[in-house]
Design a protein around this ligand. Structure first.
Ligand code: KE4
Length: 425
C-alpha cells in the first residue's frame, strides 16, 4: 500500500470523505486522492515522492508557484514577531493600501479569512445598504458555501451533483434568484420581475467554477447598466480572478466598475485570507461605523497579510501577465492540436493563466453548455495526465491555473504529457 493510500485510509475514518474540502476527494474523476508533503515552484511532491507538475496551484493562490522564496521570507520575518495579536497591525494597512491602489473601484476594504466570508459579507452589506432582501446569482457561479449562494452553485457543489445544497432553508433559497450567465434578456426579466427588491447581483465576471467561461462581449457592461438602473449593488466575485487575470483583475481588463469586489486566494500567498471592498458609502455601513455586522478573530492576520503583500509586490515588479498568457496559449494549443489529430471534439477556453478543457463540440458559454462536456472522458483524460506526472483539477467543472513557475521546462513537459494523454483516449 502506498503512503498516500494508508493516509487516505486513516483520513476516511476521521474526516467526511477523507478530505477537508470536497473537490479534493477525486470522487468525480475516480480513484483515491494522493497526499502532498511538499511543493515548490510548479511542482507538487507527493507523500510517495512522486513529482507532479501542478495546474491547480492550490486552487489559485500560487500565481508565483509554490513556496516562492520572497513569500516564504516574508512569512518568516512576520513570524519572528508572533502569529496573531487580535489588534490592528501594520501589515493590514500595507495590504489595504496595495488593494486600493491595484483595484481603483475599491475605496475601502475589509479583510476576512476566506472567499466564502468575503462573498457572504458583501451580500449582507448589499442587503443592509439597500434594505432589500433578494439577490441575483448565476447558474454555475460559485461564491463559497454560505447559505444564500449554495443554489445552483458551481465548483464542488456541481461536481458532486448537489448544486442546491441540503441544509439551506427554503426561506433562504427564495431570496436568491438564479439566472443563466451570458443571457442579457434573462437578467432584464429577472430584475423586472423583482422590481425594487434586488439588493445585489453577484457574479464571477469570468467564471472559474463551472470550468472556465468568459462573458460574451458587452455582457458585463449590460450587467453594470442594469444594476445601476435597478438600484442593485453590483458585486464582482474576483476571489479567483483578482490579481490573476490582470493586476486589477477582470474589472481592469474589461473596464467595468463594480460597486463591491470580493477577493481572496492570491492576497494570502497561500495562507487563509479573504477580503471585500468597494464604494466607501457602501463599506461605511459596516460595523463599527454602520449597522451591518461583520467580524473575524483572525481577520488581517499578520502572517497572511505579510505573505499577500509579498505576493502582490512581486506581481507589480514582474508584471507577468503577458508571459502567463503566452504559457496559457501554449497549453491550449497543445490540447487543441492533439484533439484535432485524434478527432475528439474539445473546447479549451483560456485567458492568461486560467483555462479549462471541455470535451464537447459545442462552444461553452454557460452552465447548460458546460454540462454538455463529456465528464467521463474528462475523468479518463485526468488520469492519463496524472499517470504521466501532470495534475489537473480533479473535476470537469473547475478551472486550471498556471504560475510564473511553469515557464520553461515545466510547460514544455506538460504539453508533451497532455498530447500523449489525448492520444491514449
Ligand atoms: P474559499 O471560501 O474556498 O476561500 O473561497 C470561496 C470562493 C469564492 N468565490 C470564488 C470565485 C471561488 O472560486 C471560491 C473558491 N474556489 C474553489 C475552487 N473552485 C475553492 C476550492 C475548494 O472549494 O476546495
Amino acid at each position: 500500500m502506498s503512503i498516500s493510500d494508508s493516509l487516505f485510509a486513516r483520513a476516511l475514518q476521521l474526516m467526511p470523505g477523507g478530505v477537508n474540502s470536497p473537490v479534493r476527494a477525486f470522487r468525480s474523476v475516480g480513484g483515491a486522492p494522493f497526499f502532498v508533503k511538499a511543493a515548490r515552484g510548479a511542482t507538487l511532491i507527493t507523500a510517495d515522492d512522486r513529482e507532479l507538475i501542478d495546474f491547480v496551484c492550490t486552487w489559485g493562490p500560487a500565481i508565483h508557484g509554490h513556496n516562492h522564496p520572497r513569500i516564504k521570507a516574508a512569512i518568516a520575518t512576520a513570524l519572528e514577531n508572533g502569529t496573531s495579536f487580535g489588534t490592528p497591525n501594520p501589515y493590514e494597512v500595507g495590504m489595504a493600501e496595495l488593494i486600493v491602489r491595484f483595484v481603483p473601484s475599491i475605496q475601502k476594504v475589509r479583510m476576512c479569512n476566506s472567499g466564502t466570508e468575503a462573498a457572504m459579507s458583501a451580500i449582507r452589506l448589499a442587503r443592509g445598504f439597500t434594505r432589500r432582501d433578494k439577490i441575483i446569482k448565476f447558474s454555475g457561479c460559485y461564491h463559497g458555501h454560505s447559505d444564500s449562494v449554495l443554489i445552483k452553485a458551481g465548483s464542488g457543489a456541481l461536481t458532486h451533483g448537489n448544486p442546491d445544497s441540503a441544509g439551506v432553508p427554503a426561506s433562504f433559497a427564495r431570496e436568491t434568484v438564479v439566472l443563466p450567465f451570458n443571457d442579457r434578456a434573462a437578467l432584464d426579466a429577472g430584475l423586472a420581475a423583482n422590481l425594487g427588491q434586488i439588493a445585489g447581483v453577484i457574479l464571477e465576471p469570468y467564471c472559474g467554477n463551472v470550468g472556465f467561461i468568459m462573458p460574451d462581449p458587452g455582457y458585463l457592461a449590460h450587467v453594470r447598466a442594469a444594476c445601476t438602473r435597478a438600484g442593485a449593488v453590483l458585486i464582482f466575485d474576483e476571489v479567483m480572478t483578482g490579481f490573476r487575470i490582470a493586476k486589477g483583475g477582470v474589472q481592469e481588463r474589461e473596464e467595468i466598475v463594480p460597486d463591491l469586489t470580493c477577493l481572496g486566494k492570491i492576497i494570502g500567498g497561500g495562507l487563509p485570507v479573504g477580503a471585500f471592498g468597494g464604494r466607501a458609502d457602501i463599506m461605511d455601513q459596516l460595523a463599527p461605523l454602520g449597522p451591518v455586522y461583520q467580524a473575524g478573530t483572525l481577520s488581517g492576520n499578520p502572517l497572511a497579510m505579510a505573505a499577500g503583500i509579498a505576493g502582490l509586490n512581486l506581481l507589480e515588479e514582474l508584471n507577468p501577465y503577458a508571459r502567463l498568457d503566452e504559457l496559457g496559449r501554449q497549453l491550449r494549443d497543445a490540447v487543441l492540436a492533439a484533439c484535432r489529430a485524434k478527432g475528439i471534439p474539445v473546447q479549451v477556453p483560456q485567458c492568461g493563466s486560467m483555462f479549462s478543457i471541455f470535451f464537447t463540440g459545442t462552444p461553452v458559454r454557460d452552465y447548460e453548455t458546460a454540462l454538455k462536456g463529456d465528464a467521463k472522458l474528462f475523468a479518463r483524460f485526468f488520469h492519463a495526465c496524472l499517470e504521466r506526472g501532470v495534475y489537473l483539477a480533479p473535476s470537469a467543472y473547475e478551472a486550471g491555473f498556471l504560475s510564473t513557475a511553469h515557464d520553461g521546462p515545466a510547460i514544455a513537459r506538460a504539453c508533451e504529457v497532455l498530447t500523449a494523454a489525448v492520444r491514449q483516449l
